[in-house]
Write a protein that binds this ligand. Sequence first.
Ligand SMILES: Nc1ncnc2c1ncn2[C@@H]1O[C@H](COP(=O)(O)OP(=O)(O)OP(=O)(O)O)[C@@H](O)[C@H]1O
Ligand SMILES: [Mg+2]
Length: 285
Amino acid sequence: MSEMTDTRLPLLQIESLRVEAFAPDGSRTRILDDIDLEVHPGEPMGLVGESGSGKSMTLRAVLGLLPPSIRVTGGRICFEGRDILTSGPRGGYDTRVRGAGISMVFQEPAIALNPVMKVGRQITDAVALRQGMTKKAARKRAIELMDQVGIVDAEHRVDSYPFELSGGMRQRVMIAAAIAQQPKLLLCDEPTTALDVTIQAQVVDLFRTTQHESGLGLLYVTHDLAVVSQMCTSLTVMRHGNILEHGALQSIFDAPAHDYTRALLTATPRLPEDTLTALGTETRA
Ligand SMILES: Nc1ncnc2c1ncn2[C@@H]1O[C@H](COP(=O)(O)OP(=O)(O)OP(=O)(O)O)[C@@H](O)[C@H]1O
Ligand SMILES: [Mg+2]
């Protein structure tokens, strides 16, 4: 999808977003420095950048979940054209977008899941409540979703508690819970980092098919450009709370505008061979 011809309203439009951390003495530190970012309906976008560059804070600002000492001090975050920072019932963040509008998958499912609630209920609770589903229908839907994200024996596992499942399975439960809401935008913050390598590949594959089949907008934070190259069509590179560059994935891979991006790309040995050749890097076996 070319940005030139896409005249649809962006799903997510971040404009001049400034986020600052407030110290107890009142001094401020810039966390996000007037950033602009757009995600279109159905667009899978990768968000990369070194540690501390502001990737997580960007996602948390979009979901309205910044830590207490960190606040938005400027700019807009529009979801389907509406500024969600101010469209809440009391003029604040509009929590109504969470769920069917925007949902998020975090790095560590053990933290995001409730340890004393059966996973099946965690997958469908929010939807069941909103849609007035019966208990029985919600359970059936949970099994379907668990099946869809590749949890074998879903019929039985639906009644498991998180601690009874492996890390990879817990992350699948999180993904099932996120897609259960049928969001238009899915935010993912390094969703596979806590998993071992073989499971990582399976979960990445699951994200790719889910995004493709559901046609949802995706903002996917990762350190792994090889994953981005498999899953995303566009890329945003952050550094020090700024957007360094963004655009179509292939054009950034072909001709990175910044030395920093070039360094990121050449540090990723699993990129397609032609990209590495174009960058003047020897492919490693
Ligand atoms: N609670 C906090 N109070 C003050 N500053 C914070 C707080 N949490 C994070 N920061 C700062 O905000 C900046 C952006 O952090 P963020 O977590 O968004 O980085 P990131 O790009 O997600 O990094 P990583 O790749 O390590 O996850 C960093 O400089 C970090 O030190
Ligand atoms: Mg982070």
